[in-house]
Design a protein around this ligand. Structure first.
Ligand code: SF4
Length: 61
């Protein structure tokens, strides 16, 4: 699983970082996803963050 954030649409609410701090981090006011594979124990949290992002800019592949 790979997580990514379309930073052009991110409003910096911080929800994803709270939900999955090992996957998403705020930097400079927008969220970034870790590069590479999401650790297996973080997959559910990453999916939850994607589902709950208020502007739907988190993508899971
Ligand atoms: S939940 Fe969405 S809008 Fe909020 S910081 Fe994360 S990517 Fe940005």
């Amino acid at each position: 699983m790979i997580a990514s954030v379309d930073q052009s649409g991110c409003i910096g609410c911080g929800m994803c970082e709270q939900t999955a701090p090992e996957v998403f981090q705020l930097q400079g006011g927008t969220a970034q996803a870790i590069s590479g594979e999401v650790p297996p124990h973080c997959e559910e949290a990453a999916k939850e963050a994607a589902a709950n992002c208020p502007v739907s800019v988190i993508h899971i592949d």
